[in-house]
Ligand binder design. Structure first.
Ligand SMILES: [Zn+2]
Length: 107
């Protein structure tokens, strides 16, 4: 007989369970740097909240998230991104892919 898996163990009554905890930390969507949510730059896009180190990373992410060369990189999880970059920064990778564009690093 097939039993549908349940999300919670059935032996803890609902009123005795601990309330779900809200996440307090998040990674920058652009570079993957981990930080406390209250210190990160936040963009609310409908029901979705995106977190960034600063407004420059938010602008760069908005600029490059739909480009054909960078959309896959922008969707990577922080660990995948760090492995793919291998010590380089996201700005270096963007400069490698788009050498004709301006330097995305701040002056
Ligand atoms: Zn960042």
């Amino acid at each position: 007989m097939f039993l549908k898996p349940t999300r919670d163990p059935p032996f803890i009554p609902h009123h005795m369970r601990a309330p779900p905890r809200r996440p307090t930390h998040s990674a920058c969507q652009f570079c993957g740097r981990w930080g406390h949510r209250r210190d990160l730059f936040k963009i609310k896009d409908g029901p979705v909240t995106w977190f960034f180190c600063n407004e420059l990373h938010a602008e760069l992410w908005l600029e490059y998230r739909y480009r054909r060369e960078t959309w896959r990189l922008m969707r990577m999880l922080p660990a995948e991104k760090a492995e793919y970059l291998g010590g380089r920064t996201m700005e270096d990778e963007i400069l490698r892919l788009f050498p004709e564009e301006c330097d995305p690093k701040p002056p």
